[in-house]
Design a protein around this ligand. Structure first.
Ligand code: JAH
Length: 266
C-alpha cells in the first residue's frame, strides 16, 4: 500500500518509523511519505491560513496550497481507468465515525492520501473539488476536538496498517479481536497461575476447548452488555444462540428485536 500524508507538522509522524509500522515500511509492505503543506506555498511567510468568510473565531486553511498539494500527489487523475486514484482521507470532528469496518475498507485500497487540517479546518472548496476527481472520506474518531488531524491520522494508519497482509503474523488474532464480531473481547490472562492472590479462571486451564470457547463468548457478551449496550442493541437475533441470550439476560441487556417472530440462531 502507498500512503501520502500532508501536514504543516510533518514531525508529528516520526513514530511511524517505529514498531510494526516501521517494520512494514522497512519490509516494503507500506510505502509511506509525509509532506509539508508549506512546500506548496509561494509567499515569503509560507501562509496556509486566513480569516473565515462570514466572520467568527479562528482561522481557516487557504485552498491554494491544498489544491497544489493534491494536484502533485494525486496526478493519477489522468489514468483513463481511474482505478489508481488515491482515496483522500480527511480527519475532522464533522466526519463519519471511523470504525473497524472502515479500517478494513481502507486496508483494501492501494493508495491512501491523508490531509491534516488545522485551525477551524480546510476551505470546503478543496474537498468539493477533490471529490470531482477522487473518493473523499471525512472521518471522525469520536465527539471531541483536537488541534488538528495529525494524531487522528496516526490512529487511522495504525488501524489500517495492522490489517495489511503480512504485517500481523497471525490472521487468527484479527478474527477474534474486539469489534471483529461486534462484541468487546473478554478478559485475557497469562502466567503465573497465581498472582497477588488472584487465580487465573479454572476453565482456561482445563484444556476443554469447547468449554473455553463458551466461557469466552459469555464473558464477551456480559462485558459488552455492561459497557456497550449500543453494541448489544445492534446484534441480530441470527447471531445469537440460546446460551448467548441467557448470558445477556443475566446483565439485563437485550438485543433489539425488529421482528418479534424471528427466531435466534438456534
Ligand atoms: C481538529 C482539523 N474526531 C477526532 C478529531 C479529528 C480531527 C480534528 N479534531 C478531532 C480536527 C481541528 C482541525 C481536524
Amino acid at each position: 500500500m502507498r500512503v501520502d500524508v500532508v501536514s504543516i507538522f510533518p514531525e508529528y509522524f516520526a513514530p511511524l518509523d517505529l514498531s510494526l509500522i516501521g517494520k512494514a515500511r522497512a519490509g516494503g509492505l507500506l510505502r509511506l511519505a509525509v509532506h509539508d503543506l508549506r512546500t506548496w506555498t509561494h509567499d515569503v511567510h509560507r501562509t496556509v491560513d486566513d480569516t473565515p468568510y462570514g466572520g467568527g473565531p479562528g482561522m481557516v486553511m487557504r485552498p491554494e496550497p491544498w489544491g497544489e498539494a493534491l494536484d502533485a500527489l494525486a496526478p493519477d487523475e489522468l489514468t483513463p481507468d481511474g482505478l489508481t486514484l488515491p482515496r483522500l482521507v480527511v480527519p475532522t470532528p464533522s466526519g463519519a465515525p471511523f470504525t473497524q469496518a472502515m479500517a478494513q475498507d481502507l486496508a483494501g485500497e492501494s493508495h491512501l492520501l491523508f490531509a491534516c487540517g488545522r485551525y477551524e479546518g480546510i476551505d470546503q472548496r478543496v474537498l468539493d473539488h477533490a471529490a470531482t476527481r477522487m473518493r473523499v472520506t471525512e472521518v471522525s474518531l469520536g465527539d471531541y476536538v483536537l488541534f488538528g488531524g495529525e494524531v487522528a491520522v496516526l490512529v487511522v494508519l495504525e488501524a489500517v496498517v495492522r490489517l495489511l497482509p503480512g504485517v500481523l503474523g497471525n490472521a487468527d488474532s484479527l478474527d477474534e479481536e474486539s469489534h471483529a464480531h461486534g462484541l468487546l473481547e473478554g478478559p485475557v490472562y497469562t502466567k503465573p497461575q497465581t498472582w497477588r492472590g488472584q487465580e487465573v479462571p479454572e476453565v482456561l486451564r482445563s484444556g476443554d476447548h469447547a468449554r473455553i470457547a463458551r466461557w469466552r463468548r459469555d464473558e464477551a457478551l456480559v462485558r459488552t452488555g455492561n459497557r456497550r449496550p449500543d453494541l448489544v442493541a445492534a446484534l441480530t437475533p441470527e447471531s445469537l444462540d440460546r446460551h448467548d441470550r441467557a448470558a445477556l439476560e443475566r446483565v439485563g441487556v437485550e438485543p433489539t428485536v425488529s421482528d418479534p417472530t424471528a427466531t435466534g440462531r438456534d
